[in-house]
Design a protein around this ligand. Structure first.
Ligand code: ACO
Length: 398
């Protein structure tokens, strides 16, 4: 325990807010969240309307530029995203040398850092081009890392395909089994990416802003976002949910046992895909993805036992006093993994899918912070709890 009175005498007033639960770190006009009522809006537009009507690229444009693109703006963006979709052939050597079992998030973070070095002729002045570079090439690199991890030949992006169709084609096309683009899956991927596109000052976005605040390059800031997203309490949760559901299925645990473990504070186990720092009600993104999950599985005629387990867990948790008292509801990750599985995306790629989706949000937030004259270098204080003073001891006397 620390003595707050003596601390104030020594340092003046400092807000003690572990995990920054009550700290507004910036002013932002990008994303509105109301955690009590379960509302999420990008630039004022409800997430439900964007999921219903927009593409991921329109949403990315909206977040970064502040308005939905006109037809001309959208066409120009599409052309540029196509133009920038290839990555330097020499970068393939990097991919080839990662050990087979490497996690794709580690590869992605490293490759984003490397990306800038491969294009030294591009000046920093046209930052909008760098934004499109990232949006286009991160998608190509994500698909490449998957192909390489399986020892398969890389599939190059195609100019005739949309952003999402191109990604699926780069992942799954092969000379033996040519990939047939399924428009329902393309739509589902668009919705998945839209739902993940921004979420105000979450862990990874804060990491992007903190790194950017030292005036480190855009690429370094985005790579920091990927690293922060990797953890199972954030973007790694979609992978952790599926692993949890698979374990329940394999071990034959009952729903009541799982819920009991999640409530036991002595057990580190948590119900993955449940709970949120801001939402104290049902996550609006989870509502949309749950509906989409049912639709996609029905369309593809897939019977996934993991979906049944997830639904039963939700049913029990939503009426359990512990979950009700703690305001623990499904978050976006609870059902998103099941949608990705239906698309044949492997589990260790799930956080990468989240990263592709969150990229426009990171870019928009980085841009906003660079344009904000009131932003200073991020430098929180601390509550020092160590020894006030400690004499140096010679090595022979320790
Ligand atoms: N299962 C069981 N209990 C939980 C869970 C859970 N999933 N989440 C929170 N709790 C409990 C905590 O044990 C704590 O209980 P206590 O007050 O009795 O000690 C209380 O609820 C508050 O939890 P905190 O960890 O303090 O909440 P915080 O806001 O710091 O964390 C988080 C939020 C990380 C999302 C947490 O709910 C969690 O770990 N959930 C599981 C992982 C997950 O799904 N992450 C994805 C988040 S969404 C996203 O990033 C897209």
């Amino acid at each position: 325990a620390f003595d707050i009175t003596s601390l104030r005498q020594k340092t003046g007033y400092i807000t003690y807010d572990p995990g920054f639960g009550n700290t507004g770190s910036c002013a932002s006009a990008i994303t509105f969240m109301d955690g009590e009522r379960g509302i999420l809006r990008y630039r004022g537009i409800p997430i439900e309307d964007l999921a219903e009507n927009a593409t991921f690229i329109e949403t990315a444009y909206l977040l970064i530029n502040g308005h939905l693109p006109t037809l001309n703006e959208l066409n120009r963006t599409r052309v540029l995203l196509n133009d920038f979709s290839l990555i330097h052939e020499s970068m393939q050597v990097f991919f080839q040398n990662f050990p087979r079992a490497s996690h794709p998030m580690g590869i992605l973070s490293g490759m984003i850092m490397a990306l800038r070095s491969f294009y030294p002729d591009m000046g920093e002045e046209d930052i909008n081009i760098h934004f499109l570079y990232l949006l286009s090439k991160v998608r190509t690199m994500a698909a490449m890392s998957y192909r390489m991890s399986r020892g398969e030949k890389v599939v190059y992006p195609r100019h005739d395909l949309s952003y999402c169709a191109n990604f699926l084609n780069m992942m799954f096309d092969s000379p033996v089994h040519p990939y047939i683009v399924d428009e329902d899956l393309v739509r589902a991927l668009n919705v998945f990416l839209i739902l993940h596109a921004d979420h105000e000052q979450n862990c990874s976005t804060s990491a992007v802003r903190v790194v950017g605040s030292s005036k480190a390059p855009l690429y370094a800031s985005i790579a920091a976002g990927v690293s922060a997203l990797w953890g199972p309490l954030h973007g790694g949760a979609n992978q952790a949910v599926i692993e949890m559901l698979e374990k329940i299925l394999k071990e034959g645990a009952t729903i009541d046992e799982v819920i009991r473990r999640a409530k036991d504070r002595k057990d580190p186990f948590r119900l993955m895909g449940f709970g949120h720092r801001v939402y104290k009600t049902y996550d609006p993104r989870a509502k949309i993805i749950k509906k989409m999950c049912d639709k996609i599985l029905e369309k593809l005629k897939i019977e996934d036992p993991l979906l049944d387990i997830a639904k039963k867990l939700e049913e029990v948790a939503l009426t359990d006093p512990y979950f009700v008292d703690h305001n623990l509801y499904p978050n976006v990750d609870f059902y998103s993994g099941i949608v990705l599985r239906a698309m044949r995306i492997p589990t260790n790629m799930f956080p990468v899918m989240f990263a592709i989706g969150r990229l426009p949000g990171w870019i928009a937030q980085w841009k906003e912070s660079m344009e904000d004259p009131s932003q200073r270098i991020s430098r929180p204080r601390q509550i020092y709890t160590g020894l006030p003073q400690n004499p140096f001891q010679d090595i022979m006397e320790r």
